[in-house]
Design a protein around this ligand. Structure first.
Ligand SMILES: Nc1ccn([C@@H]2O[C@H](COP(=O)(O)OP(=O)(O)OP(=O)(O)O)[C@@H](O)[C@H]2O)c(=O)n1
Ligand SMILES: C[C@](O)(CO)[C@H](O)COP(=O)(O)O
Length: 230
């Protein structure tokens, strides 16, 4: 499932960031191409914003494995809408992989590694990378109030992968409990389960602010060179 219903406020661009281009292709196309190439995925639910007037230009969205679903006001609303549609197609124990459209640099190897690490896991889990810097918390006026212990501290990335019913029930519970979760794993944790953290690569960035676009372009170019040398 690909949440792609955001408007990209932090990017401050004229169009939703998923339609900004890198090397002549939109972020959306880069991300979808990588997921469509991962043939383990049987179906792709792409969640599109209700006001989105750009998606009709994306030829790739006509792929027979893709089902378009309308998103909601927050990311977890969009994922819930996607799961509602998926619940009519998939079985309760089927795996669902949720990956941000804004993460176009996801490596095939990391997708394979996540599936390998989770296939026998009772809960599921997510890709992440360990924190490398010293982490600080600040007050509303920018003064440091705390140095956060970085031991066993991770950046949560996507994909995040859970069985369909477990994830659907967990997100519905988070909604019922008025707990606005920013990722799928938070909902799973709120339901009392322990997702497995699976180490991925740091180039799996989420394109969020202006500078991220150039960085993603660099990573995609570097990855292409790596593939050529293999
Ligand atoms: N209502 C929403 C909000 C976000 N997303 C998706 O969730 C992913 C991560 O969200 P984020 O990076 O925050 O994207 P935006 O919400 O577009 O960015 P911003 O918060 O800056 O507006 C993105 O692929 C985005 O398209 C979504 O499907 N539905
Ligand atoms: C799901 C996510 O990408 C994991 O880091 C992140 O929580 C998305 O947050 P956003 O504020 O919706 O970009």
């Amino acid at each position: 499932m690909v949440p792609a219903a955001g408007v990209g406020r932090r990017m401050q661009s004229d169009i939703p960031k998923q339609y900004l281009e890198i090397h002549g292709r939109t972020l959306m196309e880069h991300t979808l191409e990588r997921l469509l190439d991962f043939t383990v995925l049987e179906k792709l639910i792409v969640v599109i914003g209700a006001e989105d007037e750009y998606y009709t230009d994306i030829e790739l969205l006509r792929d027979s494995r893709i089902l378009l679903v309308q998103g909601g006001s927050e990311r977890y609303h969009s994922v819930l809408n996607g799961l509602k549609a998926l619940s009519e197609l998939a079985d309760a124990e089927d795996w669902v992989m949720v990956h941000d459209v804004a993460r176009p640099c996801i490596r095939h190897a990391d997708l394979e590694w996540l599936v390998k690490q989770l296939s026998d896991h009772t809960v599921g889990g997510l890709l992440g990378i360990p924190v490398r810097d010293t982490m600080k918390r600040t007050s509303s006026v920018g003064e440091v109030t705390e140095t956060v212990d970085r031991d066993a501290l991770w950046h949560a990335l996507t994909p995040q992968m859970f069985r369909m019913k477990l994830l659907y029930d967990a997100l519905k519970k988070a909604l019922d409990d008025e707990m606005p979760v920013t990722d799928e794993a938070s909902a799973i944790e709120h339901s009392g389960f322990k997702p497995l953290m699976v180490e991925g690569h740091g180039d799996n960035i989420k394109v969020t602010r202006g500078a991220d676009l150039a960085l993603a372009a660099l990573y995609i170019q570097q990855q292409a060179k790596l593939i050529e040398t293999v």
